[in-house]
Each structure stands twice: as structure tokens, then as C-alpha cells.
Design a protein around this ligand. Sequence first.
Ligand SMILES: [Zn+2]
Length: 401
Amino acid sequence: MTFTRISHFSLFFSSFFFLSSTLSSHLYPASATTPEKDGKTRSLYSEILRDEAVARLNDLGKVSDADGYLERTFMSPASVRAGFLIREWMEDAGLRTWVDSMGNLHGRVEGMNASAQALLIGSHLDTVVDAGMFDGSLGIISAISALKVLKSIGKLGELKRPVEVIAFSDEEGVRFQSTFLGSAAVAGILPVTALKISDKSGVTVQDALKGNSIEITEDSLLGLKYDPASIWGYFELHIEQGPVLEWVGFPLAVVKGIAGQTRMKVTVRGSQGHAGTVPMSMRRDPMAAAAELIVLLESLCKHPRDFLSSGGNCNEQTLESLSTSLVCTVGEISTWPSASNVIPGQVTFTVDLRAIDDVGREAVVYELSNQMYKICDRRSVSCIIERKVGRFPKHFAKHFA
Ligand SMILES: [Zn+2]
């Protein structure tokens, strides 16, 4: 996902304050700090959390496989170089580092109790094509900077629990068209078949790792899974993937969850014909029908209350949630035969529909499909709606929020 600017560097400080809650003693009771010490501490904060972090973001933003734009894919030369750089920064912050067999880079400090549940902080080191320099890098660099401040003031050893920063090798899935290779391995949900997925030149995930002297086997992949009982929580600072915070003027916000997702493919078939000879009254035009279906989708997703009534599957809470979180997109459309002087015979388009409320999302898909079939009937075209993939929503822990 592409982002090019950030409005406020208080984002860096948020990682630091979050982390300070895991210290055995509070970092700042203001009364415990002399003015002189306070001034020093403050300048240390701006040096490490702001100036150095910004410089590192700029440095990492230049580590690219492409000339003129940022691109780092799973195990590419630039990804490996980025890994070396991040590892250096982790060690500079006092962390013990290692690379696991899926190429994820870890930096850990045990704190006062190595067997306590660990706090994981991380983000991805790969990027999309022509990425923004904050995407992924922000979460990794801010975590390292926060820990470096603790090291600088001698508090790293006072952490109540282990803290581990993870730079995930793959989130975007650009090279293998399979997202979250890195984090899915750590979560223990990456199937072993993923090792055999090939990129465009026929190189498999396993080969790509081997090319960088990382041996992975089915067994070692299974061994990457972290026992949930050993984890206290996972925190990730991420650039907003949309325009809302900047629009409302907030420097940062807490993500409550990740929306569930439904993807569909809609195929509309009509009667192919000559643009000059078929009278308007005799047409069964799938392009015009598709246009009406797409406008219907937009109306339903903009005003779900006008389409879904309270009661049945949809209660007031669901309707309220849909009103604020439902988003729907048609991103791809194709026609056959796609000529300017031919009424198409077939039009196909995709639908990407997301909402945090699962019941609401299902209700929208149901209502949308019903209304689409009615429009197709009225226009005497055939309409096939296929559901491609679905993903359930994820609600985050309230005590983090
Ligand atoms: Zn990202």
C-alpha cells in the first residue's frame, strides 16, 4: 500500500509510551525528574525517537530493487540489504538478533523475567511496487527506536517481560501472490504447501530462501509457530491506509479491528450485436446492465439503511456498524469482444466488499445479490454471481485500545 507522507511525528512517541507501560517502574513521574535531567531526557527522546528515526526511515526508503521507486519483495537483494540494516539497528538498541527459516528478522530483549509472556512488536520489511517509505518500515523503526531510548537511559533490563521486535519478510505477497508468508509462519497458519509456490520465473519460496542460505523444511516451518501461551500481545504501529485521520486532523488513532472481506465475480451475458444496426428497443446490453449493477452496489454501500431493515438478521447495532465501516469497490471490469462498434456479449466485473460486522456483511451480500438478479431479469440479461474468497473480521483486544 502506498503512502508518501506523515503528518505528525507523535506516531514515534506512541510506540515508546506503549512500551513504557511494560516497565517495572514508571518512566516519568515528573516529580522524580530534576529539570536538568528532564531536559536531557527530552533531548534524548527527540534525538532518538525523532531525528534518528526519521533518518533511518529515509535510509530504508532508499533500499530498493528498482531505480526511481521503492520496491522490496520477499528475499530480493534489496530485502536482504534492508534486513542487514535493520539488524544493525536492532543490535544498536541492545537486542539479541536472529533470522528464522522464513526470513523473518527478530530482535529480542528478555527484561527481568525471560519466561514471562512476551510482547511482540513488528511490521513488514517487504513493500508493494512503488511503495511509500512509511509502509511497514514505520512499525519496525519506531519499535527499535523506543527500545533504544530505554537502553540509553539504562531501563532496558527493567522490562517486566521479554520484548521482541519482528521485521516480517513478507506481508504484501508481491513476488509469490501469496500474502503474509512471514507472519503466517509465526502464527502457525501457513500451510506447508506454501513452500512450493513459484514466482513468475519458476523460483519457489523454498528456493528463494535457499538462495539466501536459509534452509527451510516442512518440519522447520511448523517449528516457527509461536505458542500463543508464550505471547502477551502483539502491537504494530502502521501508517494509516486511507485519508481519514489527516482529514479529521488526528495524528494517530487505535485500530479496533480488521474488516471481514467478501470478493465476488459478476458475469453479465446479453446479446452481442452491431452498434449501428441493432435498435435500442431490441438490445440486451450487458454493459448497460453492468453499469446499473455497479451503481446499485455504490448506493447500497453508501446508504445500507435504505436497503436493509432493522429486524431479521440485522439489528440496530449491525446497521450502525455498516453505516460507518462498509466499503465496496469494483476494481476490474472486462468486456467481450471489447470493440467500440460492438454491443458486448459479456461483461465481467469484480466486487470487493468489506465490513467489520460479519452478520452485516452477509446481509449486504444477500441483499445485493437479490437486487442484482432483479435488475438482470428486468433487462433480460443473464447474471452469474460467484463468491471468490471470504475473510472473517478480526477484533482486537480492548485492553490494548
Ligand atoms: Zn503495510
